[in-house]
Design a protein around this ligand. Structure first.
Ligand SMILES: *[C@@H]1O[C@H](CO)[C@@H](O)[C@H](O)[C@H]1NC(C)=O
Ligand SMILES: *[C@@H]1O[C@H](CO)[C@@H](O)[C@H](O)[C@H]1NC(C)=O
Ligand SMILES: *[C@@H]1O[C@H](CO)[C@@H](O)[C@H](O)[C@H]1NC(C)=O
Length: 411
């Protein structure tokens, strides 16, 4: 009896000591880590000063009231990952992603505050294009062709390019001067202070939605897409004639039942630890989609409550799911490019009469975008044959078939 009580006491003492030791280790390993955050935050700011601040025009730079850059210290590759032991199984860049994903607020370096000023009270269609600094030619061709600003079938079209800091700055040393001048001449550049990488496209998404909420709440409609697309803005305008900007609207090339890709050779590889075995929520292919201003504002709020996910279009699908909003397929959105239909082998995929029916085509090269726009706007273009034949061929792909082909394409 006595022996047992003694044993209990001993046990308690041992446990208490162990607890104290653990507590000590915890607090003492915390302190140097916090210090390191501080140091790295400072060196991050230095980098920022060197690379951009001196060369960014004061007119378009955001004011000091913007949120502080809270995550710069994480740039250093030496940050220890302590999330869970099993994350050791992940490739390094995924571990880093999980560690950094709560850092989701970055400063804006170039802004366009007057972009959405209303003209004649006409409905505004904001065209936003994800671009990277190096893709100057794609921006130029979009500016000169489909993404022209002005009036299109009763809508006022405005254009913006969404950019981050180039991850390899030595590839284009004059990048910040280039953006400064593009911004000055075209007033269509938004630049944020995060690295413009594939995995950071989700950051672009949430910063853009926030920007719309803050600087463009009056936009009736918002188009968002890649910089290698051709968009038939006239068709989009016609489609929007009957749409109510105060109601939910989200259309694009919708992908159903897509499975995460588990092959680590793919750009879209997602380890099971990041997304369990289930299918992705319904989402729109990131090549281009269209939404109402009302939906854009609701998405901004919904996305705040969703964990960052490295694939931006899937992430937006998660936000849509959170809103309980089902995106709609529109046959005119071809975010995986044109595949010559086997049912109509006579069709020329580069036939402007064919493109006349579409809203968006993805994965085009700069000369193709220019040529397509030019052909479509040729006053001598005669597509009467189509009308008289009463729609000889219709694009109608079964949902299941679409997602299979999408999966194939993505591998
Ligand atoms: C950055 O770009 C330069 C010039 O194109 C190239 O030589 C270098 O290898 C690139 N660095 C990385 C890390 O990709
Ligand atoms: C995203 O950008 C931040 C800030 O520049 C950077 O620290 C981080 O490494 C980037 N993440 C990825 C996955 O490229
Ligand atoms: C990819 O996965 C294979 C097998 O699971 C593994 O041997 C290889 O090291 C992985 N490659 C990378 C780059 O993680």
């Amino acid at each position: 009896m006595r022996l047992r009580r003694k044993g209990d006491l001993l046990c308690t003492v041992v446990l208490l000591t162990a607890f104290c030791v653990l507590f000590y280790i915890q607090t003492h390993s915390e302190t140097p880590r916090l210090d390191r955050h501080k140091n790295q935050r400072e060196s991050g700011t230095e980098r920022y000063l060197q690379s951009t601040k001196a060369e960014t025009p004061p007119v378009s730079t955001t004011s000091a009231t913007e949120p502080k850059r809270i995550c710069q210290w994480l740039e250093d590759g030496q940050v220890r990952v302590t999330t869970s032991p099993s994350s050791d199984l992940l490739p390094w860049n995924y571990r880093q992603y999980l560690w950094q994903k709560d850092c989701r607020e970055f400063n804006q370096i170039i802004n366009q505050k007057d972009k959405c000023r209303k003209v004649h009270g006409e409905p505004l269609l904001l065209i936003s294009i994800k671009s990277r600094v190096e893709e100057f030619e794609r921006r130029e061709v979009a500016r000169k062709t489909w993404a022209r600003e002005g009036r299109v079938h009763g809508l006022q079209v405005r254009r913006l390019f969404l950019l981050g800091i180039p991850s390899n700055q030595s590839a284009l040393a004059s990048w910040s001067r280039l953006l400064e001048h593009e911004s000055r001449i075209y007033q269509d550049i938004l630049l944020w202070d995060f690295q413009d990488t594939f995995f950071n496209l989700t950051l672009k998404e949430i910063h853009f939605l926030k920007w719309v909420d803050q600087f463009c709440p009056a936009a009736e409609f918002v188009f968002k897409g890649d910089d290698d697309v051709f968009v038939n803005v006239e068709n989009i305008a016609d489609f929007l004639v009957n749409a109510n900007p105060k109601e939910d609207l989200f259309v694009g090339d919708i992908i159903y039942q897509a499975l995460p890709i588990r092959s680590n050779r793919s750009k879209y590889f997602i380890p099971e630890m990041m997304y369990g075995p289930g299918v992705y929520p319904v989402y729109a292919g990131g090549g281009g989609f269209l939404m109402s201003g009302h939906t854009a504002k609701r998405l901004y709020r919904a996305c705040k409550e969703v964990d960052l996910f490295p694939i931006d279009d899937v992430f937006l699908g998660m936000c849509l799911l959170r809103l309980g909003l089902e995106p709609l397929t529109h046959e005119g959105f071809r975010t995986f490019g044109i595949v010559r239909p086997s049912a109509a082998p006579h069709m020329q995929t580069f036939d402007p009469c064919f493109y006349k029916e579409l809203m968006l085509v993805h994965s085009l090269r700069v000369p193709e975008i220019w040529l397509m726009w030019t052909l479509l706007h040729d006053p001598n273009l005669n597509c009467a044959r189509k009308g008289s034949m009463k729609r000889p061929f219709r694009w109608r792909v079964k949902r299941q078939a679409t997602s299979t082909s999408v999966r194939k394409l993505r591998h």
